[in-house]
Design a protein around this ligand. Structure first.
Ligand SMILES: Nc1ncnc2c1ncn2[C@@H]1O[C@H](COP(=O)(O)OP(=O)(O)O)[C@@H](O)[C@H]1O
Ligand code: SF4
Ligand SMILES: [Mg+2]
Length: 320
């Protein structure tokens, strides 16, 4: 999957809101790419755009999204139907509340498959049960149940199984653990990591919680104000963050810092997306800013090891 120079605005009462701002990203076959950033930075808008799911007030200004080299924006309705679920499936943010309360879990499974292919119910049932088993749920117990008879953690696994039912090449998980308690969260991430080991599925794992990525992602992309400011292998980014925002983000997660005295929340809020600051979007909050930062937007530099960084001063800062 390749995203090239994507720019997305929303028409809002106050004017134009820039949600995705000249974003470039690649997702490689077989990897789990983590996408992190504070709430409101544009993660979900990007995920929906990948599936070409847009709101009526949404304007795709420019850019391209390519899946296996094919231009997603040029798909016909028919191509789009096949692309969604079969090529790329998504577990929406807050999806555990999206199950239809009057349908049993098995009916959700039948409807999902039958909307895309011919199959008999028995076969779908078997497929669903085997998927649920990899998610440590007993199909015999769960499939005949109604959503309200399941716990939050069980519902989250059911919606994840639904998304995986058609064996998508790319699975997008949008904050799949944020509404779960800590223990269930850990359990869910461990199961997804196991699925990743056992299959050749590719995942885009979106979260605002950097600590969760450590358990599952191969690479991580750090998003700020609609753009990716740093990308790299998970260990490299965690142990040696280069971009000032990544450094700040890591210091703001207590469980990553270890030593509580080093824990530091990031000062100030995300900039107003209707009125973005000029130059580097992070400059109003950046302790390293210099004159150039508020004037010129930093370019994305690709380093030898595949690391991508967008900061005027990253070399000087990291020499200090
Ligand atoms: N339909 C919409 N209309 C107006 N603004 C929107 C709409 N959808 C998203 N936004 C705005 O786009 C920005 C990015 O949102 P989102 O992608 O949901 O953030 P997150 O990173 O938390 O997933 C936010 O400022 C949000 O308010
Ligand atoms: S470009 Fe300047 S303001 Fe932006 S992150 Fe780098 S040092 Fe900070
Ligand atoms: Mg979101």
């Amino acid at each position: 999957m390749e995203v090239r120079g994507l720019v997305i605005d929303f028409k809002v009462r106050r004017g134009l809101l820039r949600a995705v701002d000249n974003l470039n990203l690649e997702i490689y076959k077989g990897e789990v790419l983590g996408l992190v950033g504070e709430s409101g930075c544009g993660k979900s808008v990007l995920a929906h755009a990948i599936l070409r799911l847009t709101d009526p007030n949404e304007i795709i200004r420019s850019g391209k999204i390519l899946f296996e080299g094919r231009d997603v924006f040029s798909f016909s309705e028919k191509e789009l139907r096949e692309y969604r679920w079969r090529d790329v499936a998504i577990v929406f943010q807050g999806a555990l509340n999206s199950l239809n309360p009057i349908l049993k879990v098995e009916d959700h499974m039948y409807d999902t498959v039958l909307a895309h292919e011919r199959a008999d119910e028995e076969e779908i049932w078997r497929r669903a049960a085997s998927l649920l088993e990899t998610l440590r749920l007993d199909g015999k117990l769960v499939l005949p149940r109604y959503p309200h008879e399941l716990s939050g953690g069980m519902k989250q696994r059911v919606v994840s199984a639904l998304a995986m039912l058609l064996k998508p090449k790319l699975l997008i998980l949008d904050e799949p653990t944020s509404s779960l308690d800590m223990l269930t969260q850990k359990y869910m991430v461990r199961m997804l990591a196991e699925i990743k080991e056992k299959t050749d599925i590719t995942m885009l794992f979106i979260t605002h919680d950097l600590a969760v990525e450590a358990e599952i992602a191969d690479r991580i992309a750090v998003m700020y104000s609609g753009d990716i400011v740093e990308i790299g292998k998970i260990n490299e980014v965690f142990y040696d963050p280069i971009h000032p925002y990544t450094k700040a983000l890591i210091r703001s997660v207590p469980s990553l810092v270890g030593d509580v005295s080093k824990f530091k929340p990031i000062p100030g809020p995300l900039p107003d997306p209707v009125n973005l600051p000029p130059g580097c979007r992070f400059h109003p909050r950046c302790p390293y800013r210099k004159d150039i930062c508020s004037k010129i937007r930093p370019k994305h530099e690709k380093l030898e090891n595949g690391r991508v960084i967008a900061c005027h001063r990253w070399r000087e800062i990291n020499e200090e």
